[in-house]
Ligand binder design. Structure first.
Ligand SMILES: *[C@@H]1O[C@H](CO)[C@@H](O)[C@H](O)[C@H]1NC(C)=O
Ligand SMILES: *[C@@H]1O[C@H](CO)[C@@H](O)[C@H](O)[C@H]1NC(C)=O
Length: 244
């Protein structure tokens, strides 16, 4: 899990249940020549509706996505706690590619987000890269033009004669963020000169900051992806999602 430990305090565990295929999820035929394109198109159509949440599929409302608390302990030199976080702009997510390898039992999804904003409250103490940073207050991190490659393995589980796909927890996520903007208000007890200086530093070194926060970003995105994908797969019979 990299050098960052993390804790997420939001998602409950899935209750196993079955549901009818909602109208907005159109199945694809495994044997179709355009299977990959079908998955991409249908995935893209279903995504905005899934992100609105679905009781039957046990998917909470994901747009905006609310996180009560994220503790990102970036090694011994930096402590970051984010509270009352709202992830806005999740609805700008688009599926750019989706495929399933039925032999390897693995699903591949590529996504693009135009603009995602993380709004909430931060508490930070330590050093980021080489710079001392300390304070607490309102936070705005804005992420522009990001790409995500998510893949996961599944295991078929038979319940009352019907197969459901269960997402395995060795899923993987890679991402690329073109640009990120940081605004941490009230750093150093509101010392404006020092606060401005650190914000300037964060914005000028945004790619390095992303690297430092990579494990936390992955944890948040992965939890959204697992909730959404796991919700669909664990409740809808596999043979209804993927026709022969
Ligand atoms: C967060 O920052 C972005 C980029 O600077 C800005 O466009 C947006 O309005 C800010 N959002 C809030 C809620 O302050
Ligand atoms: C995940 O673990 C399963 C066994 O539980 C294995 O079959 C699969 O190949 C693994 N997937 C990845 C992407 O490592």
């Amino acid at each position: 899990m990299g050098k960052l430990g993390f804790l997420l305090f939001t998602l409950g565990s899935f209750v196993l249940a079955s549901a009818k295929l909602p109208k907005f999820i159109e199945p694809c035929s495994k044997s179709a020549a355009d299977f990959q394109k079908c998955c991409t198109d249908h995935g893209n159509k279903a995504l905005p509706l899934l992100l609105q949440g679905d009781k039957e599929l046990k998917i909470p409302k994901l747009n905006p996505y609310h996180l009560d608390k994220v503790v990102a302990d970036a090694g011994p030199n930096l402590k970051i706690t984010l509270t009352n976080i709202e992830l806005q702009g999740v609805d700008s997510l688009k599926v750019t590619d989706m495929n399933v390898d039925f032999d390897k039992k693995t699903v591949y999804i590529s996504l693009h987000a135009e603009r995602v904003m993380l709004i909430g409250t931060y508490a930070i103490d330590g050093k980021i890269l080489v710079l001392p940073i300390k304070g607490n207050g309102p936070l705005n991190i804005t992420i522009v033009d990001s790409q995500f490659k998510y893949s996961f393995s599944y295991k078929l589980e038979n319940r009352a004669g019907v197969d459901y796909a269960i997402v395995q927890d060795n899923d993987s996520l890679d991402f690329k963020i073109s640009k990120s903007y940081y605004k941490l208000d009230n750093l150093f007890n509101g010392n404006k000169a020092m606060g401005d200086n650190v914000n300037k530093f964060l914005n000028e070194n945004d790619q390095d900051i992303i690297k430092e926060l990579s494990a936390t970003i992955k944890a948040v995105i992965t939890s959204i992806a697992r909730t959404t994908g796991g919700g669909v797969l664990s409740t809808i019979p596999f043979s209804e999602l993927f026709l022969p």
